[in-house]
Design a protein. Structure first.
Length: 322
């Protein structure tokens, strides 16, 4: 039986400017997104026909609402491949966090099926399918830091020098005990009228300035249009942000539309991730961490140290034992 195991990394939006609402209901954006050297894993086993999904997280849908199965159907329609696949998802990326878990899973499924089918598609072919599944999906095709434009479907790889500034940076990521739907986040942004959007010209100017200055630290490009309205709506976030800043000198930022937040850790020295995690757990209560996910099952916050990755998504031939 042919099988393959594919890494499915989370992502962070280091720069996310929502520039305008489009006539088709979507929003235009300019974003610098980077994969993390951490995420889910997807095992794909070839079967005679049909697609099925199993997951170690009971909250994950296993029907056509799941992007993995939608990606499988799209791959089959695009290539005509008639094999079946049993997908087994090892879930680590929390839902409703703005870390791109569902989109990353979809691209992992495309890569796995492409391998099982004998590589009928190159990255351009995978990109075309991914763009039809969801706005965040195309960024995971390259597996490296990218600039996203349009509604997220226009992807440009970072030049080597600024990509090198990102690679290997330690980052502390935390997930509140609540989720934020993307639709509600955009609705809050739209309520702020023009003040909620950053003009496209200004977004491009900021990116170009950061790209062009090799001495500019990663911290200088951090921005998120969703951050201010989200911190206003969920007051626990700025309270925790203040505590982290006062105790450790770190600045907390929102990833995507939330609810996950992150803080860049110093390249060397500075606070240890477990010290920051201890303060976060203290702020959210003393309930235990989930052994499976590393996040709080109940209560408020938990966090962990991860690394920004220059190329996080890799295929691995599965050595799987049932």
């Amino acid at each position: 039986m042919n099988s393959i195991c594919v890494d499915s990394p989370a992502k962070l939006n280091l720069f996310l400017a929502i520039t305008a609402r489009r006539s088709d209901g979507y929003h235009d954006l300019v974003s610098l997104a980077a994969p993390l050297a951490w995420g889910d894993r997807l095992l794909a086993e070839e079967t005679s026909q049909g697609f099925s999904l199993e997951c170690d997280d009971p909250r994950i849908p296993r029907d056509g609402a799941n992007l993995i199965l939608r990606a499988a159907a799209a791959f089959q329609a695009a290539t005509g491949w008639r094999g079946g696949v049993r997908f087994i998802l090892e879930k680590r990326i929390p839902v409703g966090a703005g870390l791109g878990g569902g989109s990353s899973n979809a691209v992992a499924a495309l890569r796995a099926m492409n391998h099982l089918a004998g590589l009928p598609l190159n990255d351009a072919g995978l990109f075309k399918i991914a763009a039809g599944i969801g706005s965040d999906c195309p960024l995971f095709v390259s597996g490296s830091p990218v600039v996203m434009r349009g509604r997220g479907e226009r992807i440009e790889a970072l030049p080597a020098e600024p990509a090198g500034r990102l690679s290997g940076r330690r980052v502390f990521v935390l997930k509140p005990g609540f989720e934020i739907s993307t639709a509600s986040a955009y609705a809050r942004l739209a309520q702020r009228a023009r003040d909620g959007y950053l003009p496209e010209a200004e977004a491009e100017r900021r990116l170009a300035a950061w790209f062009g200055d090799a001495s500019a630290a990663v911290e200088e490009i951090l921005f998120n249009s969703f951050e201010h309205p989200t911190f206003e709506r969920f007051m626990a976030l700025p309270v925790l942000s203040d505590r982290i800043r006062i105790h450790f000198g770190l600045v907390l930022h929102l990833s995507g539309s939330g609810s996950a937040c992150f803080a860049l850790l110093p390249p060397s020295g500075g606070p240890r991730a477990d010290e920051v995690a201890a303060l976060v757990r203290e702020a959210g209560g003393s309930r235990p961490l989930s052994r499976r996910h590393g996040w709080l099952e109940r209560g408020f916050f938990a966090g962990r140290q991860i690394w920004l990755s220059q190329a996080a998504a890799k295929l691995q031939i599965a050595q799987y034992r049932h």
